[in-house]
Ligand binder design. Structure first.
Ligand code: PMP
Length: 321
């Protein structure tokens, strides 16, 4: 019997904004067509990224969070795939896209670089590539910020010898998608994936950090994770605000059961406390104190309610300098 999957309330992102940026021009979304024969549709040959824009009503300003870092990662992803992100600096085009769409609420920006050619062959070379950026409103939370109950997935991260994990490859999201559905079907909120050899890697679309006693740890970038930009921000904030150094080291599954605090972090998730893993409470079974402080701290930076780290945000309506 098939079980219906119901998305938690507020999780759905809104209707896409009407203008998209495609190959250097702003076009109405309904004109930005892609052939069903496009190579990417069959084989997932391309890379994507996700950038958040945060609305500050008091400032009447929209701030892009870490846009340059996301495009830098996309450029690296492209390099790994042998593709070329031809636009020298996509940030101004992204700012213009948000302005054209008159975005005055939290939004999610979706850049894509993919093989649009119609060749049947499975290969990365000699194909037409396209680069586009679209945006959708974010009406609610991607994942419940009050805390998630996780399961360790039966699906594992593909190893870097099979899939370049530090590239955000379109086709590589089938594994995380299966893991997410497995978790929801089993009554959990989110899945944690292990590496092929059984060490903790990350959740479906977010990185993981755990605290045991006073030690914060996170899997190293060589353990088949996507190198999250939020992960780096959290490591910076733990250092600056709490004087803590995060150890990047291999983490065993049983550490998830024994740790005192755990969090997931990513552009969509932001910072989310892990309150349970495989039915075992994490710490006291509620959001960790430091996690909640990081959650608030990062949001305040993202909306420029905090005077620190303005270099992480780009104002959309102010003139670009
Ligand atoms: N891991 C995976 C597999 C992801 O898709 C994401 C989201 N991009 C992350 C981690 C978190 O990365 P970031 O903080 O850059 O969004």
């Amino acid at each position: 019997m098939s079980q219906q999957l119901v998305e938690p309330e507020g999780m759905a992102f809104g209707t896409p904004y009407p203008w998209v940026f495609v190959d250097g021009a702003f076009v109405p979304a309904e004109e930005a067509r892609l052939s069903v024969l496009a190579n990417v549709v069959s084989y997932g040959t391309g890379t994507f990224d996700g950038i958040r824009a945060y609305w500050n009503a008091a400032h009447q300003e929209l701030y892009l969070l870490e846009a340059a870092a996301h495009y830098e990662r996309m450029r690296r992803s492209a390099r790994i795939l042998g593709l070329d992100l031809a636009v020298a600096d996509p940030v101004p085009a992204t700012v213009e896209l948000l302005r054209r769409n008159g975005v005055r609420r939290d939004a999610y920006v979706r850049p894509l670089l993919f093989l649009a050619g119609e060749q049947l062959a499975v290969r990365m070379h000699d194909s037409e590539t396209r680069f586009c950026v679209a945006a959708t409103p974010v009406p609610g939370d991607y994942i419940d910020p009050r805390g998630v109950r996780c399961m360790v997935s039966s699906w594992r991260r593909a190893s870097d010898v099979a899939m370049p994990n530090r590239a955000k490859v379109i086709g590589s999201y089938v594994g995380p998608a299966l893991a997410k559905s497995e978790a929801i079907r089993n009554g959990f909120d989110e899945a944690i994936l292990l590496t092929g050899d059984g060490y903790v890697a990350e959740a479906t679309t977010s990185n993981i950090l755990i605290r045991t006693g006073t030690e914060w740890a996170t899997p190293p970038v060589t353990d088949d994770i996507l190198e999250g930009i939020t992960r780096r921000q959290i490591m910076d904030l733990l250092g600056e605000r709490f004087g803590l150094v995060v150890t990047e080291r291999r983490i065993q599954r049983s550490e998830l059961y024994a740790c005192d605090e755990a969090l997931l972090c990513g552009t969509a998730a932001v910072v989310v406390p892990v309150v349970e893993v495989d039915g075992r409470p994490v710490g006291v079974g509620g959001p960790g104190e430091t996690t909640v402080a990081l959650q608030r701290g990062l949001q305040a930076i993202a909306r420029r309610e905090d005077h620190r780290h303005h270099e992480w945000t780009t104002p959309v309506y102010e003139e670009l300098t």
